[in-house]
Design a protein. Structure first.
Length: 162
């Protein structure tokens, strides 16, 4: 299994028929080919960067000025597949694609930006979840009348204070 499963007609139909990047992301998150690509990248994390770079390089030869990029749906699918994977290659690809502003690829950069935003929210949520368990700093624990620091402040305020 490799990333070429993302170059499929059914993924193209989803991306090209849906009006908003947010809807594209929602639908692709549950697509079986995107799931297969995500699982492949996760299970082969040591080779993921090479696989991603090779996939992108092989498709960029078809990028022509003033012509819609035919592999844009596959790039959207790859962005969604990488969204929640804990690897630097995922962050790099999403950041580079989100920063891209060319007329030949009108939707994939917006999909990547949404994936990058969701990725950072997921990372922040996972980080805060670690602090929601009993803290060694509160050795005596809160009294009945005294709320914990987590009950007093929002998570944003906690992050600023840290």
């Amino acid at each position: 299994m490799d990333l070429t499963v993302l170059d499929s007609e059914d993924i193209s139909q989803v991306v090209l028929s849906i009006a908003t990047p947010k809807a594209v992301c929602s639908i692709l998150r549950t697509h079986s080919r995107v799931e297969a690509a995500r699982r492949h990248l996760f299970e082969n994390a040591g080779e993921a960067r090479r696989d991603i770079e090779e996939f992108v390089r092989e498709r960029l030869v078809d990028l022509k000025p003033k012509t819609y990029f035919p592999h844009e749906p596959a790039f959207c699918a790859l962005a969604v597949a990488l969204e929640a994977l804990p690897m630097p290659a995922a962050e790099d690809f999403l950041s580079e694609l989100a920063a891209l502003r060319i007329a030949e690829m009108p939707i994939s950069s917006r999909v990547a930006a949404l994936c990058l935003k969701r990725r950072r929210e997921l990372l922040a949520t996972n980080t805060l979840a670690v602090f929601e368990v009993a803290s060694p700093l509160l050795s005596s624990g809160p009294t009945q009348m005294e709320p914990t620091r987590f009950q007093q402040n929002s998570s944003y305020e906690l992050m600023k204070a840290a």
